[in-house]
Design a binder for this molecule. Structure first.
Ligand code: GCU
Length: 667
């Protein structure tokens, strides 16, 4: 059947393998829901819907566990040995199947896991699987505006139809909640971090309240990004100084008003004194002053404030790399208990490859939330086939060494390294009003992978890729293998034809689309491309060692040792930390110039290989989905050539060296 991608990974198409389908159908006869709560209601509804589709038969819901074998029993069991309240345990008991958890929320996650088990074609015979999330707050950050536009959104307009809310609830809100619950996402910030104060008005709060009502039965709490100047803008106060008693009272009152409408409201996300947004520094106060004021207002209701560390100084002679660390590390230990600091994965801004942010490991007394970008602002919008799990994993597995070997970013963020009481991971959403939610079908994999890794960062990129492919595209073994390989290599391919060897931030101005390495002037001086690549007659790259900005000093000595010597610095990070001569011989055996060309040319060529590999899966994939991905790959090929030629020809003006022989032929 034709499928335009709307159903995401929750497809529930009839299982094609008849023998397998019959096995499941015989084994699964009824659903026993036990007590009824809204979340158990969502769980049983989903099980019914899923099994109806997969098995082609109706599976009845009953209240009590009587009747014939083959029951799927949802069971709240406080004695269940699980790490926390959200975990679940799936197992077989005689001829029944138990979905067990300490809470109804655990049952919701367990039900989706049970369905996933069947969707991915696994046997029920020995079923015994437990899982609990490693991170408490697993959230999406939408950068959506009041007018329905999305900052850095590449899949249409906002999902939230503000003008129709609160009266009209688009059924899509429920499907959004189902998709998130299926991967364990339990929080969502519905508006842009560059926040309009209007979201806090009596005009918008009922709309937010209405969305919260749809998300609640799926275990998702709603959050708002706030504008720090709201006391002035909305309250008519003379100041928004966080130490002013009237300002503090304004936030206390506003917070009360919100909780009256949304008793389980999650809290505030704040971008302050960053890229022109207002904040406490406008009044000579610190980020901690600002965060603590909001934390105090939220504390009586159990809410949290999530304060972003994405700040920089626009100093053309400084190193933007160092800004967040310099600003926030001295504040460690000064934040209230219900405040978290949200740190982007890398020190600059969601580039195709960045070293991990040096803040991870540097703030043992302050819970750090990790922010990834799912939307592909710097990774090819929705024309490029880029699977982001390897990027996410690269950061999570990076070793900060702050407490010796094995002090990974994952262990910082999941709280085990420093004993954080609160833990969180956020992903800047890639969803929009496009029929298939994410523009590129592969964007769905990134939403999926983010959720799965926020739940369990130990999962491998490969396991997630296979799981997603089976649920989304096909169960055909050969096709699954091909698509998995395509996914796993796609990010490195993208790095190669855009920013190889540690180049960064050389994309087009404003839109951030395509290459613009020649950009030398910008409203923000540390936003030009030449600021980052520093190409000159001698070489290319940003010296962040002692002879340069010394940003490396923000890392533990062991990390510095890995990256500070240009002879041994791994090539993916080379130009992040070193200015390297064009004719320098690298560990690859090529000169820097030849290696750079090699990466650009091979990277662009890899897209042709991706097209060939994708063509092989045609018989196994829905024709509309197949055509859509094929079309976007063709666009990606065009963009790859553009990147390659723009960068190679521009950098050649400095290197004055010939393009290596193998690449001196027309395409
Ligand atoms: C990037 C992005 C902005 C966004 C900012 C942020 O700079 O281009 O659109 O507002 O990140 O994360 O706050």
């Amino acid at each position: 059947s034709a499928d335009d991608g709307y159903r995401l990974w929750l497809k529930y198409d009839l299982i094609k393998n008849e023998a397998q389908r019959k096995q499941y159908a015989t084994a699964l006869q009824s659903i026993v829901s036990g007590s009824s709560t809204p979340m158990i209601g969502s769980a049983t509804k989903e099980l019914q819907l899923g099994l109806q589709g997969l098995l082609g038969k109706q599976v009845q819901v009953q209240i009590t566990a009587s009747g014939k074998a083959g029951k799927i029993i949802l069971k709240i069991d406080p004695a269940e040995k699980l790490a926390n309240d959200e975990g679940y345990h799936l197992y077989k008991a005689n001829s029944d199947f138990i979905i067990s958890a300490k809470t109804d929320k655990g049952l919701l996650y367990g039900s989706f896991a049970f369905l996933r088990h069947i969707q991915t074609g696994q046997s029920l015979a020995q079923l015994d699987a437990s899982s609990s999330p490693k991170i408490q707050l697993r959230m999406l950050n939408h950068w959506d505006n009041t007018n329905g536009s999305i900052e850095r959104g590449y899949a249409g307009a906002s999902l939230w139809k503000w003008y129709e809310l609160p009266e009209n609830l688009d059924p899509r809100y429920t499907d959004y909640a189902r998709a998130n619950a299926s991967i364990g996402i339990n929080g969502t910030v519905v508006n842009n971090v560059n926040a309009s104060a209007r979201f806090l008005t009596p005009e918008y709060l009922p709309k937010v309240q209405a969305l919260a009502g749809v998300f609640r039965p799926y275990g998702i709490k709603i959050f708002l990004s706030i504008n720090s100047a709201a006391p002035k803008i909305l309250g008519g106060l003379a100041t928004s100084d966080p130490l002013d008693p009237k300002v503090r009272q304004w936030w206390v009152d506003k917070t009360k008003e919100i909780y009256k409408a949304i008793p389980d409201f999650g809290g505030f996300l704040v971008k302050a004194n960053s890229e022109g947004e207002p904040g406490p520094q406008d009044y000579g106060r610190s980020h901690a002053d600002g965060a603590n004021m909001l934390a105090e207002a939220l504390a009586p209701f159990g809410g949290v404030v999530i304060w972003r560390a994405f700040v920089y100084k626009a100093d053309p002679n400084g190193d933007r790399f160092k800004a967040a660390y310099e600003e926030f590390k001295p504040l460690d230990g000064t934040f209230k208990e219900n405040a978290l600091i949200q740190v982007k994965n890398g020190p600059i801004d969601f580039q195709p490859r960045e070293p991990f942010s040096p803040l991870f490991g540097a703030m043992p007394k302050t819970p750090l939330a990790l922010e990834f970008q799912i939307t592909q602002e710097y990774l090819g919008f929705s024309t490029n086939f880029v699977y982001l799990a390897p990027l996410f994993k690269e950061c999570l597995e990076s070793d900060t060494y702050v407490k010796g070997k094995g002090s990974t970013v994952a262990k910082v963020v999941d709280g085990t390294l420093h004993g954080y009481e609160k833990t969180a991971m956020a992903g800047v959403a890639n969803t929009g009003s496009d029929r298939n939610w994410t523009g590129h079908m592969i964007g769905q994999a990134n939403w999926y992978a983010f959720g799965r890794l926020a739940w369990d960062h130990m999962l491998t990129s490969e396991a997630i890729a296979q799981e997603w492919t089976r649920m989304t595209f096909t169960q055909d073994e050969k096709a699954v293998a091909i698509i998995t390989d395509l996914l796993l290599n796609s990010r490195e391919n993208y790095v190669n034809f855009t920013t190889p060897l540690g180049l960064h931030h050389i994309m087009g101005e404003g839109l951030h689309f395509g290459p613009q390495p020649w950009l030398a002037r910008s409203a923000r001086p540390d936003w030009t491309a030449v600021y980052y690549h520093r190409a000159d007659a001698n070489g290319i790259g940003f010296d962040r060692t002692k002879t340069g900005s010394n940003a490396l000093a923000q890392y533990a000595p062991e990390v510095q040792a890995q990256w500070s010597d240009p002879e041994t610095c791994p090539l993916p990070y080379l130009l992040w930390f070193h200015h390297v001569a064009w004719d320098k011989k690298l560990s690859s055996g090529r000169t820097l110039w030849d290696e750079l060309c090699h990466r650009y040319y091979e990277g662009a060529e890899s897209v042709v290989q991706m097209q060939k590999d994708w063509a092989k899966v045609e018989p196994a994939v829905d024709p509309e989905l197949f055509a859509d991905v094929a079309g976007r790959l063709a666009a990606q090929r065009r963009e790859a050539l553009w990147w390659r030629d723009a960068c190679v020809l521009y950098f050649q003006e400095f290197s004055k060296m010939p393009i290596p022989a193998p690449y001196q032929k027309p395409d």
